[in-house]
Ligand binder design. Sequence first.
Ligand code: GDP
Ligand code: MG
Length: 162
Amino acid sequence: ALPVLAVVGRPNVGKSTLVNRIIGRREAVVEDVPGVTRDRVTYDATWRGRRFTVVDTGGWDPDATGMNLRIAEQAQIAVELADVILFVVDAVVGATDADEIVGGVLRSSGKPVILAANKVDNQQMELEATSLWSLGLGEPYPVSALHGRSSGDLLDVVLDAL
Ligand code: GDP
Ligand code: MG
């Protein structure tokens, strides 16, 4: 079986947009309305000749009661199915309570976690990404899933971990 990369993070941070970058096709559904990716969707990807599986995750309802529990559950499921986890945070918004919860689950998983600071659309915004060191997951890699900025660099880091 191919190594599995799970893309996790709260709704609207740009997970599906990043998945489309990774697979080089526009198959993952991108929506302005949070919470569109209801289930885990699996894709084949190739980068620098290496094949792997990408899982786009989602599915918690931001308005549901017990949201923090659901977020933690989703992160746990992603951890179990993945060899490497790509944790996506919105660098413009910064780390939220939900991000901290997911970060905690991922930190204790023992699996390799790569922290993507998404929506860094230009160089001026790279500074925002540095605040994400606070999540305790190591270096935040600034990327713009929308424009493709630094997405190749991020994929190189992913490949090293797979
Ligand atoms: P998901 O819920 O985490 O899968 O997020 P989506 O991929 O559906 O994206 C949510 C919204 O964020 C959409 O309007 C995207 O166009 C937007 N978005 C995603 N990546 C970027 C980015 O790098 N920069 C900016 N400015 N917007 C982005
Ligand atoms: Mg999505």
